[in-house]
Design a protein around this ligand. Structure first.
Ligand SMILES: Cc1ncc(COP(=O)(O)O)c(C=O)c1O
Length: 385
């Protein structure tokens, strides 16, 4: 029998989210309601001006040709201007910035661009699922770094052997799924660690605007970070544009050039109309985004208060789109999540979908209004009892 599956394709891990997807479909087929808190896809509408910019671009015949590097220049100028005005660090739009078809695409290609098969990728032991698959596609070996009680990778705990072969350290703050944030001191330690062990840091930062309390700066805002960092920014969360697929990378020029080389035979950049839309989004005043983030904060409060009032020891996230809830010890997260959807219609993400360290946790996405989240929390509490 011929095989039409490469070893590479076969090595991509199955996701427990497929199991959840099937459970959601079963429930819907049976006529049951589903409150879907299992994926981080915002339910809020994109800003009106941003949708208008896309609609106008779609009616302009000039936007339909292949979009080569020169065509992305206005977008990259807007992206670098956005970062400089907000965080005070300048990047060259020609050499230190690149358009992405979403950060998920960018990250997968970036790993291929900066690491070789057999190299080690250091990543948090609880991580966004696509990281594990992207590592396999690139042929790099993921090494799960243990987390401290604040869910930040303990870099000093990495043994010498994986460290010797490590090429990249992948970080993500504010974090999906744990909601962990990093302060300046943590980032400075991570940069010193990268320097000492000759690593590139990839910082995946789609939640740059999703800060409820305190400060959570991009890694590239730290002086000198660009020597060892590529940071990825997305339009999916801040502007509720997950389906449109747009992001950008900023940082180290050599890594950006390598990414551009890898992408050249694969894609022709994003559609020029979507780039125009992105320029519009980046020009919006920060206050507009903060209005939406305040809505997510109210949602967080409704969900967390209901759980905490019922005695569930769940921390209130200071950032991100998620609540990371520990289950009572010995409770299997996949079994619990399946029973929850089958009996109540509430869909959440089981923690082990994010890696071995996620066992015994549920990730609840704040993608419904406060009253729906409160009702969902009551159902979770009833199931715990
Ligand atoms: C940590 C993280 N990275 C990347 C993505 C995907 O972003 P994009 O839509 O830009 O591909 C998500 C989406 O949930 C995410 O949580």
């Amino acid at each position: 029998m011929p095989s039409f599956t490469s070893k590479r394709a076969a090595s991509v891990p199955d996701s427990v989210f497929l199991v959840m997807d099937r459970a959601k479909s079963r429930r819907r087929r049976q006529g049951g309601e589903v409150i879907d808190l299992s994926i981080g896809s915002s339910d809020l509408p994109p800003p009106k001006e941003v949708m208008t910019a896309l609609a106008e671009a779609a009616l302009d015949p000039k936007t339909y040709g292949y979009c080569l590097k020169g065509c992305t220049r206005p977008f990259l100028e807007a992206a670098t201007r956005w970062f400089a005005e907000r965080f005070g660090v300048s990047f060259d739009p020609d050499t230190e910035a690149l358009t992405l078809i979403g950060t998920q695409e960018g990250l997968a290609h970036l790993l291929m661009a900066v690491a070789d098969p057999g190299d080690v990728l250091l990543l948090p032991e609880v991580s966004y699922p696509s990281y594990w698959g992207a590592a396999r596609v690139a042929g790099v070996e993921p090494y799960p770094v243990p987390l401290d009680p604040a869910f930040r990778p303990v870099l000093e705990a990495i043994p010498p052997e994986p460290l010797r072969r490590a090429r990249v350290l992948l970080l993500n703050f504010p974090n999906n799924p744990t909601a962990a944030t990093a302060d300046r001191a943590y980032f400075e330690r991570a940069l010193a660690f990268a320097e000492a062990h000759d690593l590139l840091i990839i910082h995946d930062n789609p939640y740059v605007d999703f800060i409820f309390e305190g400060e959570a700066l991009p890694l590239l805002s730290i002086e000198g970070a660009k020597a060892r960092t590529v940071e990825l920014f997305s339009f999916s969360k801040s502007y509720h544009l997950g389906g449109v697929r747009l992001g950008f990378a900023l940082g180290n020029a050599e890594a950006i050039a390598a990414l551009e080389r890898i992408k050249a035979p694969i894609d022709f950049n994003q559609y020029a109309g979507i780039l125009r839309m992105g320029i519009k989004a980046l020009s919006l005043p920060l206050a507009r985004i903060r209005e939406d983030v305040a809505k997510f904060q109210k949602r967080r409060d409704a969900l967390v208060k209901t759980l905490q009032d019922a005695g569930v020891p769940v921390p209130s996230p200071k950032a991100s789109l998620y609540v990371w809830m520990p289950l009572p010890s010995g409770t299997d997260d996949v079994t619990f999540a399946l029973r929850l959807i089958e009996t109540t219609g509430v869909a959440v993400a089981p923690g082990q979908g994010f890696g071995p360290g996620g066992r015994g946790y549920l990730r609840i996405a704040l993608v419904q209004p406060p009253e729906v989240l409160k009702a969902a929390a009551e159902k979770i509490v009833a199931m715990l009892d």
